[in-house]
Design a protein. Structure first.
Length: 308
């Protein structure tokens, strides 16, 4: 079985044509801008959406581990004290049984991470075979990092290829070369993240090892490779940073680079997990800010695309 946190139908930004994207749990990195923080841990993740919660208490009644409570706090509004009820979730007590999720009528509680049989995923994917065939699409395995659940990932992509599907993988490249060599024959397209080429900055911000990532990128046939760069303010958004990354791509015979403008869409997810999102107040990056790099890439024989 393999741990999945989402299956997205009719995806159009994760490879050619109309696709189904299967999101797997687990990631070796800790990028603070991550838009899918529910993917980082291999374990299921509890998320609570206070916008939908009516504090009805149904979840609390069903919780057998006493991990959910509703408490009161005093807030001062123009010197008039008012009581505000708050939803409280104790992660130490929670056993992630899912009974609270089923009890919530407003879908304010979600537990992300579900173990599925490989054949169950394949059956779901194959429902849209007509769309793949008519559009030149297929299946994309994303995450997290798909290579984390390596044995199950290998089983899945082998079956998908036997079914004649185009298989793409979104990857950090942060794993052993041996794993890459085993998987490469079953993958038609690598959407390969290059976040920075400064070794120390890459390590401190994300936990990635530059030497490992670069060695793996060099192993991938150029016709199977699209280099993806999430452009993050304060991390790799300077003109020098972006040009250095494009030049790195040129030196490694990369023909297509996607520059992905920063967006703070992960804010809500971090909040629902009870965590602080460091980029919450950073505005969305306009695509026009990156247009100038198209000509720079073109001068090196690289097709620069803005967005996925």
């Amino acid at each position: 079985m393999i741990n999945v946190f989402n299956i997205e139908k009719f995806a159009i930004h994760d490879g050619p044509g109309i696709r189904t994207t299967v999101f797997l749990k687990g990631c070796p990195l800790h990028c603070p801008w991550c838009s899918n923080p529910e993917s980082l841990s291999l374990k299921p993740v509890f998320m609570h959406d206070e916008r939908k919660c009516t504090l009805c208490g149904r979840c609390m009644e069903k919780c057998e581990s006493n991990a959910i409570s509703i408490s009161s706090s005093i807030e001062n509004y123009e010197r008039n004290n008012k009581t505000k009820e708050l939803f409280v979730h104790d992660t130490d007590k929670c056993i992630l049984c899912g009974k609270c999720e089923k009890a919530c009528l407003n879908k304010a509680i979600s537990i992300y991470g579900k173990y599925m049989e490989i054949e169950e995923i394949v059956d779901e994917v194959m429902k849209d075979i007509d769309y793949y065939e008519s559009s030149g699409g297929g299946v994309t395995i994303s995450g997290g990092e798909p290579f984390i659940q390596f044995d199950e990932f290998m089983e899945l992509i082998k079956i998908l290829k036997k079914k004649g599907l185009h298989v793409a993988v979104e990857t950090t490249g942060n794993y052993s070369k041996e794993k890459l060599k085993k998987a490469e024959p079953y993958i038609d397209l690598f959407l390969f993240d290059i976040k920075h080429i400064d070794e120390e900055k890459l390590k401190s911000f994300t936990g990635a090892d530059k030497n490992t990532v670069v060695a793996n990128l060099k192993e991938i046939p150029v016709e199977k490779l699209i280099m993806r760069v999430p452009v993050i303010p304060g991390f790799n958004s300077s003109e020098k940073d972006i040009k250095d990354i494009i030049e790195f791509g040129h030196k490694n015979n990369v023909k297509i680079i996607n520059l992905l403008p920063f967006h703070p869409f992960g804010t809500i997810k971090w909040q629902q997990m009870g965590k602080v999102y460091q980029y919450e107040n950073i505005p969305i990056m306009n695509k026009s800010e990156l247009e100038k790099y198209k000509e720079y890439g073109k001068s090196m024989g690289i097709d620069i695309k803005i967005g996925g």
